[in-house]
Design a protein around this ligand. Structure first.
Ligand SMILES: Cc1cc2nc3c(=O)[nH]c(=O)nc-3n(C[C@H](O)[C@H](O)[C@H](O)COP(=O)(O)O)c2cc1C
Ligand code: SF4
Length: 480
C-alpha cells in the first residue's frame, strides 16, 4: 500500500490531518516547548534522576570484533548516544552474556571478566565524552547496559546455531530452524543465571546505573515467555514461563545492591508476516489455531495482540522493585512492520500492510495501558523515529498526557544524534539529518555487513556503496 510518509507533510496542519485519519488516538502538539515543556522535565527514579524525557534505545552496530569487543565504530556510536543530550541511554546495545548466544559474530559479548570490565568502562567513557563534546555535564546522563541471549536467533560464528526455548513447528519453519536444532535444557538455562549476574556486576563496577534484562524481539527470554508447551521449571504456565526472567533479576538484585534494573519487554506480538514477493504488502502466515506457543498475542487469532500477560508481568516486576520498563512489540524477524514502522521496508522484507502510523499507534496504546495499570512503572515509549520531524510534537504530547514517562529514539540517533538536544534547546531541526526510515541500517546486517545510517551519515560511505551494489543485484534478480 502507498501512504504518505510523515516527512512529506510540510505543515503541522497537514501532518495532524493525516494523524487524525491513520492514528486517531495519537495526539501531537503544534508547538514544541523545548526544555520548558514536558520533554524537559526531570524524572526521579529513586536511585537516579533523569534530566529530561528523551531516551536513546539500544542500537547494535554489528561492528564488534569476533571476540566480542568494541571497535572504533562501536565506540563512535556510543559517543553519539552521549552527544544526543538524552537524559537516559537505555542499554547502549544488546550485550550477549554468553558467546554462544550472540546473534552475529560481531556482537559484543562476555568472554572474559577482565576484558568485559575494560570494554564496558570504555563504552561508558565514550558516552561521557559525547556529552562533553555537546557542552553537557558528562555525569548528567543515566546509562544502562542491555543484557541478552539470542536463543533461536543465535549465529555466533555467522551460520545459524539456534538455541531454542521450545520447538514450535510453524516458527521453526518461518525462522529456518533445522530439525536437529538444540532445545536448551533446564540446566542450560540455569547455568545462564550467573553469566547475567557476572556482566551486571562488572557493569556496576565501572559505573553503569542500571542493567536491562532483555525480554523482547524474539530472543531467548522472550521465547521462554511464550513456551507454553515446554515441560520442566521454565515453561508451561505463567509462573514457569516467567521464572527465568524473575530468577535472573533476583540474582542480580542480590549480587549488586544499588544497581538499577529494568526490562525491555514485549507488550504485544503478532503471527509472522510474509509477502509473495519482496516489497509486496505483508500478510500473516497460516498457523495452527489455537496456538500452543506465544506471548502477548491472541492465541485464537494471532492477527491481534493480547497484553493481558505482559501487564501481569509488569505488576510482578514492579512488586520486586523493577519499575523501569522499555515498552516494545513484535520481533524484527517475524513482524518488523509493528516493531520498527518504516516508510521503506528492509529490502528482503514485505511492504507495510497498514499505514505505519497505525502500527505506531498500536505500540503507543500498549505503552499507555502499562502506565494506566501500573502507574508506579517508569515507561519508555518506542517507534517514534517513524514520525521524523514530527517526533518531538507527538513525544511531547504523549509525555504531557502521561502515556509514557520517556520517549526513546532508535534509528533517529544513527542519522541525527543531536536531535533530542536540538529539540530541547528550541533549535530548528536539521532536516537533512532526519531519519527517513530507509531501513539501510537493517539492510546492512541482513547483507552480512555492519549497520549504520548509510544514506545520511557520510562516514558510512563504504557501507552505502556496498548496499547500492547489493540492491542492484537484487533488482536484476541476481541474488548474492
Ligand atoms: C540497526 C538497529 C539495531 C538495533 N539494535 C537493538 C538492540 O541492540 N537492542 C534492542 O533492544 N533493540 C534494538 N533495535 C530496535 C530499536 O531499539 C528500536 O526498538 C526500533 O528501532 C524502533 O524504534 P525507532 O522507531 O526509534 O527506531 C535495533 C534497531 C535497529 C534498526
Ligand atoms: S539507515 Fe538511516 S535513514 Fe535509514 S532507517 Fe536507518 S537511520 Fe534511518
Amino acid at each position: 500500500m502507498s501512504v504518505a510518509s510523515p516527512g512529506r507533510h510540510k505543515t503541522f496542519a497537514s501532518f495532524a490531518a493525516h494523524l487524525a485519519e491513520a492514528a486517531p488516538t495519537l495526539a501531537a502538539d503544534e508547538a514544541v516547548a523545548g526544555a520548558r515543556g514536558a520533554l524537559g522535565q526531570t524524572l526521579e527514579l529513586g536511585w537516579a534522576s533523569v534530566e529530561n524525557r528523551w531516551a536513546i534505545h539500544p542500537m547494535e552496530g554489528w561492528d564488534g570484533t569476533t571476540d566480542g569487543r568494541p571497535t572504533d565504530w562501536t565506540l563512535r556510536r556510543w559517543r553519539k548516544f552521549g552527544e544526543s543530550g538524552a537524559g537516559l541511554v537505555w542499554g547502549g546495545e544488546a550485550y550477549a552474556v554468553d558467546p554462544a548466544g550472540r546473534a552475529n559474530p560481531n556482537q559484543l559479548a562476555f568472554f572474559d571478566a577482565e576484558r568485559t570490565r575494560e570494554d564496558l568502562a570504555r563504552l561508558l567513557a565514550e558516552v561521557h565524552a559525547g556529552r562533553t563534546e555537546a557542552g553537557l555535564d558528562p555525569s548528567g546522563v543515566v546509562v544502562g547496559l542491555q543484557l541478552t541471549h539470542s536463543g533461536r536467533h543465535s549465529r555466533p560464528e555467522g551460520k545459524k546455531v539456534p538455541l531454542l526455548a521450545a520447538r514450535v513447528p510453524w516458527l521453526d519453519a518461518h525462522t529456518g530452524v533445522a530439525a536437529d536444532a538444540r532445545v536448551l535444557s533446564d540446566e542450560d538455562l540455569q547455568a545462564l543465571v550467573p553469566r547475567f549476574v557476572a556482566v551486571a556486576r562488572l557493569a556496576q563496577e565501572v559505573g553503569f546505573a542500571f542493567v536491562d534484562v532483555k525480554a523482547c524481539h524474539g530472543y531467548l527470554m522472550h521465547e521462554l515467555l511464550g513456551a507454553r508447551g515446554r515441560s520442566g521449571r521454565f515453561g508451561g504456565d505463567f509462573v514457569g514461563r516467567t521464572r527465568l526472567l524473575l530468577e535472573v533479576i533476583a540474582a542480580i538484585q542480590e549480587a549488586c545492591p544499588g544497581l538499577g534494573i529494568g526490562s525491555r519487554l514485549c507488550l504485544g506480538d503478532l503471527a509472522p508476516h510474509t509477502a509473495p514477493e519482496a516489497g509486496a504488502p505483508g500478510r500473516p502466515i497460516e498457523v495452527p489455531l489455537p496456538l500452543e506457543h506465544g506471548w502477548a498475542m491472541d492465541l485464537a487469532d494471532p492477527r491481534r495482540m493480547d497484553p493481558g500477560e505482559p501487564l501481569r508481568l509488569v505488576g510482578e516486576l514492579v512488586e520486586r522493585g523493577v519499575r523501569l520498563i522499555n515498552a516494545t512489540v513484535g520481533t524484527p524477524y517475524t513482524c518488523p512492520h509493528v516493531q520498527r514502522p518504516a516508510a521503506y521496508p528492509p529490502f528482503d522484507g514485505y511492504g507495510p500492510p497498514e499505514d505505519p502510523l497505525t502500527s505506531l499507534e498500536r505500540q503507543v496504546a500498549l505503552t499507555r495501558e502499562v502506565k494506566r495499570a501500573h502507574p508506579q512503572a517508569v515507561v519508555v515509549g518506542t517507534g517514534y523515529s517513524y514520525l521524523q520531524e514530527w517526533a518531538p510534537h507527538v513525544a511531547q504530547a504523549e509525555v504531557a498526557g502521561g502515556g509514557a514517562d520517556l520517549v526513546g529514539l532508535g534509528r533517529m540517533v544513527l542519522s541525527y544524534p543531536r536531535m533530542p538536544l536540538d529539540s530541547l534547546r528550541g533549535r530548528p531541526l536539521e532536516r537533512k539529518r532526519i531519519c527517513r526510515t530507509f531501513s539501510d541500517c537493517t539492510n546492512g546486517p541482513r547483507s552480512g555487513l555492519r549497520s549504520g545510517c548509510a544514506p545520511l551519515d557520510p562516514d558510512y560511505f563504504e557501507l552505502a556503496e556496498a548496499l547500492r551494489v547489493r540492491k542492484a543485484a537484487l533488482r536484476s534478480g541476481r541474488r548474492d
